[in-house]
Design a protein around this ligand. Structure first.
Ligand code: ADP
Ligand code: ZN
Length: 188
């Protein structure tokens, strides 16, 4: 009789949503539990994200976990070689190569947990997160609270007039807003 034996398999989890929605908190929670399970965990964030102490992923509620700042996705592949669980925060700051890197890590049998913004400040899909969602096994969408009306908020409002896609900041230039309260000032 043919018997089917499940193999040790990796997979990709994506945690996405707007700023202040608890992506980093949820990533930290999952990675802490993996550490409690005595799994080898490697945690990365892009070098560009220097808002808080480098060397940590930090949530807006001040939870933190040591992480390695990297300047390229290739560096993640290299440095994650020994890990069983790989965490990546602020994934929207990496290029499209991240999708292939995450696939390779999962193909090697690793659990890959990626957190990042799914929309930019205009409410447009923010690469490479949409492409990661397409290939992930598990997806979690987190919502914040709209600071204008108290509804669940899926968008990030930029308070400055900058029109580049990437402007690194926190509560000084961004706030969470719902679909109704979110505004784009570009056309002014
Ligand atoms: P993200 O990684 O999605 O930016 P964080 O995990 O860093 O989110 O922070 C989530 C925390 O931010 C919440 O637990 C709460 O303490 C705080 N917070 C501040 N503003 C808001 C908001 N408008 N809606 C929800 N949480 C907020
Ligand atoms: Zn609102």
């Amino acid at each position: 009789m043919l018997s089917i034996v499940p193999k040790d398999m990796g997979w990709i989890e994506v945690i996405c949503g707007p700023m202040f929605s608890g992506k980093s908190e949820e990533l930290i929670r999952r990675l802490r539990r993996a550490e409690i399970a005595k799994l080898k965990v490697a945690i990365f964030k892009p070098h560009i994200d220097d808002r808080y102490a480098t060397g940590h992923i930090v949530s807006h509620s001040a939870q933190r976990l040591p992480s390695v700042p990297v300047s390229s996705t290739a560096e993640i592949l290299e440095r994650a070689a020994d890990a069983q669980v790989v965490g990546i925060d602020e994934a929207q700051f990496f290029d499209m190569d991240l999708v292939d890197i995450c696939q390779q890590l999962a193909d090697q049998g690793k659990r890959v947990i990626v957190a990042g913004l799914d929309q930019d400040y205009r409410g447009k899909p923010f690469e490479p997160i949409p492409q990661l969602l397409a290939v992930a096994e598990y997806i979690t969408k987190t919502l914040a609270i709209c600071v204008q009306c108290g509804n669940p908020a899926g968008r990030t409002q930029r308070l400055s007039k900058d029109s580049e896609r990437v402007v690194v900041g926190a509560a000084d230039i961004y706030e969470a807003r719902c679909r109704f309260c979110h505004q784009v000032h570009d056309e002014e």
